[in-house]
Design a protein around this ligand. Structure first.
Ligand code: GLN
Length: 196
């Protein structure tokens, strides 16, 4: 199985570590051609506006949309989730608009620029470690979206079919259960492709 980590900007290496396994080959994606042959893709955290600029600059915009529209699993963390959202509060246009949710950037306020929490997460487990850094909040989700985790009543992780998004940085902890959940999604999407 081949999983890529979009490596235009942001925390890359930690994602690679959390995904790597004997049956998982991880590609650090810096060029559009590297999307070829990938079964799943991670959009890391960082700065969504910078990432979007680099997506345009390196010709990734259409290929990434095509990747998602093909139904291949995508996991966006923090800025990566912002890239996936159909709507961004206060912004006229979204970025890739692949997942039916509205996000608000930097939504925890200045006092809470960064913090850690242990969250119960649907399908993943109890006390999942989450690091929030200038994190967005998922303000609303469409009917096809499952909320996986909330923090103080705000949605911070969600899934819509093959798309997974979270407000926080699961890669900055030793707890790789959320990444393994994504790897399992990729595994299942491959076995479905074989049986169909
Ligand atoms: N605040 C950043 C943004 O708006 C996201 C922060 C992060 O990825 N840690 O893109």
């Amino acid at each position: 199985m081949n999983i890529g980590v979009l490596a235009l900007q942001g925390a890359i290496r930690e994602h690679v570590k959390a995904i790597e396994a004997p049956d998982v080959n991880v590609t650090i994606v810096k060029k559009v051609e590297q999307l070829e042959g990938l079964d799943g893709l991670v959009f890391p955290g960082g700065e969504s506006t910078t990432m979007r600029r680099l997506i345009n600059l390196y010709g990734f915009y259409e290929p990434l949309k095509k990747f998602a529209h093909a139904g291949k699993p995508v996991f966006g963390t923090c800025a990566g989730a912002i890239l996936m959202a159909r709507e961004i509060v206060g912004q006229v246009e979204p970025h890739l608009s692949v997942m039916d949710m509205t996000v608000e950037r930097n939504a925890f306020g200045r006092q809470r620029e960064s913090f850690e929490a242990l969250l119960p997460m649907k399908n993943v487990g109890e006390d999942v470690q989450a690091v929030f850094i200038r994190a967005p909040i998922i303000r609303s989700v469409g009917p096809g979206v499952t909320v996986l985790a909330e923090y103080n009543g705000d949605i911070v992780a969600a899934q819509e079919g093959p798309f997974l998004a979270c407000s926080f940085h699961p890669e900055l902890t030793e707890d790789d259960r959320f990444h393994q959940y994504f790897v399992q999604m990729v595994r299942e999407s491959l076995s479905e492709a074989i049986t169909n």
